[in-house]
Design a protein around this ligand. Structure first.
Ligand SMILES: C[S@@+](CC[C@H](N)C(=O)[O-])C[C@H]1O[C@@H](n2cnc3c(N)ncnc32)[C@H](O)[C@@H]1O
Length: 186
């Protein structure tokens, strides 16, 4: 999957499978980042493998905007949360190929396995920075199978140019992770 190739809806079940849950252990990836009451943007949410886990962590007083380019992915997530408590906490949002198109502010942007699908990463990183307050955080994870170390370095450099400071970087199961805080602007 190269830059600009969007993961098709037909792969949604693989993204939200028990096998992935077993191998990737989403709780281990998410714990420590989210607090009650936070507003989170799950950008490129797909079928919501992480969305519901994040919504559980931010609690009733928090909220998650689940954004995706493809209505088919949002439909799957819509069906998944229908009739559950999560309907009140999760707002589905259709993004475009050019930008996030989000009018509200958030505390945390979570972008898992999506940056390599964007033609213009800088435009989206600028949107993330706009959506975040001065204490905001950005979490980017990319699959090693599609993104080399050098490619990930370039994404980190772009994020720094867009107003983020790198606070952590590590590798985990098949995945490269970088965590940033928003740089305070005058
Ligand atoms: C590989 S999937 C990852 C889904 C999810 N984050 C996960 O880890 O299970 C990438 C997702 O990013 C979405 N995507 C690609 N380009 C996007 C854009 N411009 N705006 C929002 N979502 C986008 C795709 O539609 C797809 O659902």
């Amino acid at each position: 999957m190269g830059r600009g190739h969007v993961c098709p809806v037909c792969l949604a079940s693989a993204l939200d499978s028990g096998l992935r849950r077993l191998l990737q252990r989403p709780g281990r990836l998410l714990d420590g980042y989210f607090k009650e009451g936070m507003k989170v943007l799950d950008f490129g949410c797909g079928p919501g493998f992480f969305t519901v886990e994040i919504a559980e962590r931010v609690g009733k007083s928090g909220s998650v905007v689940a954004a995706d380019l493809q209505e088919g992915m949002l439909d799957i997530l819509r069906r998944k949360i229908r009739g559950t408590d999560m309907e009140d906490r999760i707002t589905l949002h259709k993004s475009s190929e050019q930008g996030v198109d989000l009018s509200q502010k958030v505390d945390f942007v979570f972008a898992f396995y999506v940056m390599h699908e964007l033609e213009n990463q800088t435009a989206f990183l600028d949107d993330f920075r706009m959506a975040l307050g001065s204490k905001g955080m950005l979490y980017i994870a990319e699959p090693k199978a599609h993104v080399t170390k050098r490619g990930f370095d370039r994404t980190i450099e772009r994020a720094e140019t867009s107003g983020f400071s790198l606070i952590d970087r590590y590798s985990t199961f098949m995945t490269r992770v970088a965590v940033f805080k928003a740089t305070v602007q005058d």
